[in-house]
Design a protein around this ligand. Structure first.
Ligand code: GLU
Length: 487
């Protein structure tokens, strides 16, 4: 007798290691619609096993961004639920018994190789033109030796064993039948030296404990499925259904990356895209678009949602189409009152309006000067041209040098606030051997479009890192064109 199918449970499992990405919204939306279509449950789990890159600021931003998108979850770190906690760093003790079970059954082994040895090994493999992979040195340690070395407190990790021949066959909801030779699969670390599980271990254990029935995620995880299937098998568990969605791409088919185009959800919200329009735009990738209406609400998207016919070709992030849909949402879907409310909410985002007014009060003699002075905090495009830099004294070549130093320096900031922005820019000035004022003069123009405006560090903090990143990129291109044309 077949048992009734388990209720559908899906999840989005972001790692809070950077600005929330539109790709995360894309995968989250798929899962959200999948749950909605199947009367299932949509869960949010924070995957912060990478303690060096995960930050509370990014976790808060991920939650805020997904909420802004309208993708409400029924269980998550902020609201709890029956299978919590929903943040992996709070679940550390849950994983160890599973790792021990794998080791005791002879499917895992302790590895004492030092980072230096592993690096040497990889270098040798690279030189021989082979993909880097653990060579299995610690597989041959005797049980006594392992016991002694563990007892003496020698740092070690736990790795999983991989079959030496054959291949892993599985069916993916998008890719169909997939076969990956075991030879191409690394003896993955399951437990790190500090006792934290790796992504693979924690992900499988959590999907099991949280009763996830379908794992829908980005195609970059397809190659990890053999490891995951093996972990399920080693633990005597049934794997969920896997669906690997093709990544979003730029119009030229390259991977969507922040170096080319803004990818942060916060960038799109700052510019005044409506969450409904962004979800509408992303949701069109998950339905069969017959002729006709493309302006769809979340409920309409859920009704038309069709996970059976997804394309492997990649979803093209076509900004013009997003602009077109956003315009239609503004014009056709918002009442006068909705529109007013949305504009005010948008202006208040990140306290832009209140902070902007606070910074402006001591700098104006008439209220009518406000739009010119502080309008840059709300603008979507500054329309920057070489003429904007006319009052900046540095040569175009010096400007190129300043921008190319400033951009990567700001990327290093962990907590995006006035103090860290100032500290980074002072460090840049020191490195370049220039006065701070020389470095900030072109940045004023880049960020505000004018050489006379509000205090720079405060403005950058209010604008947020994704808008600043884009403005500096545009300014970098303008000064490069000036240097190139000898202006
Ligand atoms: N933490 C992973 C990510 O951020 C999740 C992958 C998965 O859904 O299994 O991409």
């Amino acid at each position: 007798m077949t048992s009734p199918a388990a209720p559908v449970r899906v999840r989005i499992a972001p790692s809070p290691t950077g600005e929330p990405h539109v790709g995360t919204a894309y995968i989250a939306l798929f899962n959200y619609l999948f749950a909605k279509k199947n009367n299932g449950t949509f869960i949010l789990r924070i995957e912060d096993t990478d303690a060096t890159r995960s930050t509370p600021e990014f976790e808060r931003k991920v939650l805020d961004a997904l909420k802004w998108c309208g993708l409400e979850w029924s269980e998550g770190p902020d609201i709890g639920g029956p299978y919590g906690p929903y943040r992996q760093s709070d679940r550390k003790d849950i994983y160890r018994p599973y790792v021990e079970k794998i080791v005791e059954a002879g499917h895992g082994f302790r590895c004492f190789c030092t980072p230096e040895r592993l690096e040497q090994m990889r270098e040798g493999q690279r030189a021989a033109g082979k993909p880097p992979k653990y060579d299995g040195l610690c597989l041959s340690l005797s049980a006594e030796e392992v016991t002694t070395r563990v007892a003496s407190g020698e740092p070690h990790v736990v790795r999983m064993k991989i079959p030496t021949e054959g291949s892993c066959k599985f069916t993916d909801g998008v890719y169909g039948d997939v076969e990956i030779p075991w030879d191409a699969v690394d003896m993955q670390v399951l437990l790190k030296a500090d006792g934290m599980p790796t992504y693979h271990m924690a992900n499988v254990v959590d999907d099991h404990l949280m009763k996830i029935t379908h794992v829908a995620r980005g195609e970059e995880w397809l190659a990890s499925v053999p490891k995951h299937i093996l972990i399920y098998r080693y633990l005597g568990l049934e794997p969920p259904v896997f669906m690997h969605l093709s990544l979003m791409r730029n119009a030229d088919k390259s991977k969507l990356s922040k170096r080319k185009n803004p990818t942060s959800i916060s960038y799109y919200s700052a510019l005044g895209y409506l969450p409904e329009a962004l979800m509408n735009f992303l949701g069109l990738f998950f339905i069969q678009i017959a002729e006709g209406e493309e302006l769809l609400t979340m409920d309409e998207l859920a009704a038309k949602f069709d996970p059976e016919n997804l394309s492997k070709a990649g979803a093209i992030f076509d900004i013009q189409k997003l602009d077109w849909l956003n315009g239609r949402w503004i014009r056709e879907k918002l009442s006068d009152e909705d529109f007013r409310r949305r504009v005010i909410e948008w202006a208040m985002e990140n306290s832009r309006l209140t902070e902007g007014l606070k910074l402006s009060q001591s700098r104006i003699s008439k209220l009518g000067e406000l739009p010119d002075l502080a309008g840059f905090l709300l603008k979507s495009d500054l329309g920057l041209e070489p003429a904007h830099f006319a009052k900046v004294k540095s040569s175009p070549e010096e400007l190129v040098e300043i921008f190319s130093e400033v951009q990567p320096a700001l990327e290093k900031i962990v907590e995006w606030d006035v103090a860290s922005i100032e500290a980074e820019l002072r460090a840049v000035a020191d490195r370049l051997g220039k006065k701070l004022k020389v470095v900030v003069a072109p940045l004023f123009v880049a960020v505000s479009g004018s050489s006379r405006s509000l205090p720079l560090f405060d403005s950058m903090a209010v604008l947020g890192r994704s808008v600043v990143r884009q403005r500096l990129k545009v300014a970098g291109q303008v000064v490069a064109s000036m240097a190139g044309s000898g202006k």
